[in-house]
Design a protein around this ligand. Structure first.
Ligand code: SAM
Length: 226
């Protein structure tokens, strides 16, 4: 699976791509992550990519020309043009169903905004899938783009060591929150591990886990049961 991030701050991704699961996935050729600086595509002689909004208002907007040129240049790279995502609070809210849909693509281009966002003609003309990571406003689209990458690569075959582990995650196949988990020691400062998990009885353990998943989901996220 290939990700191309279009951003004004590609350096933000340097630490991210060199750690943990993503690093391993890249080394094992399961995932590619490329970053592109939108500013490299501006025709402005002062390297500007933004301008004031027509009609007035605070801040600056990212202008059409550098984004159109950057998207078109990046689409030329690689085997397929891929599907363009625009990171925006006005997009469809990211959840596990949406993540599974995004994981079906073999190439995603993630367009990250800054300042007050984008000239609306970028949305109108490039027809991106608009993605929001929640009902709040971040300073830029880079962390939202990382969230998309974080969640999608868990579904790329081979990325997780244990192939079953994304299946049992919260929100996955059952749509429920995960049951509580414990590791050693059995007693930590008087807090003990439920006896059933030490019983070796797999049927009992499965039943307990299902019940706990349901209990926690009912208590914390009743909306998921509807
Ligand atoms: N003025 C915009 C508004 O009110 O919708 C917010 C602009 S925000 C400061 C700058 C950029 O951060 C956006 O263009 C978008 O790319 C990104 N961003 C901020 N919050 C986001 C969210 N919840 N989901 C996805 N992207 C977000």
């Amino acid at each position: 699976m290939r990700f191309d991030v279009l951003t004004l701050f590609p350096e933000i991704f340097e630490g991210y791509r060199s750690q943990s699961l993503l690093k391993l996935a890249i080394e094992r050729d399961l995932v590619e992550l490329h970053t592109w600086n939108i500013r490299d595509h501006t025709e402005d002689k002062h390297q500007k990519v933004d301008d004031k909004p027509f009609g007035g208002g605070p801040g600056m907007l990212i202008a059409c020309q550098p984004v159109y040129d950057c998207v078109e240049a990046v689409q030329q790279e690689g085997e397929s043009p891929g599907r363009l995502l625009m990171m925006t609070p006005a997009g469809r809210r990211l959840d596990q169903t949406f993540v599974s849909e995004l994981a079906e693509f073999d190439r995603l281009l993630l367009l990250c905004g800054r300042y007050e966002g984008f000239d609306d003609r970028i949305r109108q003309g490039l027809n991106p899938i608009e993605v929001s990571v929640g009902d709040f406003v971040c300073n830029g689209g880079e962390v939202p783009a990382m969230l998309v990458i974080e969640t999608v690569i868990r579904l790329v075959p081979g990325v997780l060591g244990d192939e079953t582990s994304s299946k049992y995650d919260s929100f996955a196949e059952t749509g429920l929150l995960e049951y509580p988990q414990y590791t050693r020691p059995r007693d930590f400062r008087g807090l003990t591990v439920p006896e059933v998990l030490l019983s070796g009885n797999h049927e009992e353990i499965e039943r307990w886990r299902t019940e706990e998943s349901l209990r926690i989901t009912r208590e914390r996220r009743g909306d998921l049961l509807e």
